[in-house]
Write a protein that binds this ligand. Structure first.
Ligand code: 6GU
Length: 230
């Protein structure tokens, strides 16, 4: 899978994909993330990509011309299945969206800044608008990193058996059960007996019960309305 990201702050996206699981995905050739600087398509030698908004009001708007030129240039290299705009007024990102996007071949993600991008780019190029939650970030970059991470770890071959995404919270509408590692007794804080007894069936049942209990306590909505996840 290939994900291209268009941003005015490419530096913000240098580190997130250079380590750990995302790094491995890249090294295995399973996920190629390329970050493009929108200023390479600026309208003048000052690097201008934004302007005042029509109708007045504080805050700059990212202009049509650099965005359209950048998108057209990138479209010559790749045929995008989705052109995603990261915006707090987009659809809420969840595991279901991550699952769907992980099946695509080529994605372009546009990161907004300032007051956002000119509406005409949204109308004519963008196929999907995503928000990662009900709060405002200063730009779409960190949100894009979240989306790429959530997608990348789902690609076949990225995770091994031990870290398999099948057992993640949300994949079955349940939060993940508690986990423990050595020692079995830490200063008198004990690991539940059942995990030490070596009966895989009992362990499975216990984990399912704990997952249910945790979901009921923390996110009862997931049990009442599974539709919100899948
Ligand atoms: Cl995608 N962008 C910005 N700027 N803020 C956000 C967001 C995105 N999702 C939640 N808040």
């Amino acid at each position: 899978m290939k994900i291209d990201i268009l941003t005015v702050v490419p530096e913000l996206l240098e580190s997130p994909f250079a380590h750990s699981i995302m790094k491995r995905a890249n090294e295995k050739g399973l996920l190629t993330v390329r970050v493009y600087n929108l200023r390479d398509w600026a309208i003048n030698k000052h690097g201008q990509v934004d302007d005042y908004q029509y109708g007045g009001g504080a805050g700059m708007v990212m202009m049509c011309e650099p965005l359209a030129n950048a998108i057209e240039a990138l479209k010559k290299e790749a045929s995008y299945d989705e052109i995603i705009y990261m915006t707090p007024d987009g659809d809420n990102f969840n595991q279901s969206t991550a699952n769907q996007l992980s099946l695509k071949e080529n994605i372009l993600i546009i990161c907004g800044h300032y007051k956002g991008i000119d509406q005409r780019i949204r109308d004519h190029y963008v196929t999907k608008e995503i928000s990662i939650g009900d709060y405002v970030l200063s730009g779409g970059e960190l949100a894009a990193a979240v989306v790429v991470d959530a997608i990348g770890r789902l690609l076949p071959g990225v995770l091994n058996d031990e870290t398999s995404a099948l057992f993640d919270s949300f994949q079955d509408n349940l939060l993940a059960p508690p986990v423990y590692t050595r020692p079995a007794d830490f200063n008198g804080w004990k690991v539940p007996e059942i995990l030490l007894q070596g009966d895989p069936k009992k362990v499975d049942d216990w984990r399912h019960e704990e997952a249910l209990k945790r979901t009921k306590e923390k996110r009862p909505g997931l049990l009442e309305d599974p539709g919100q996840i899948h």
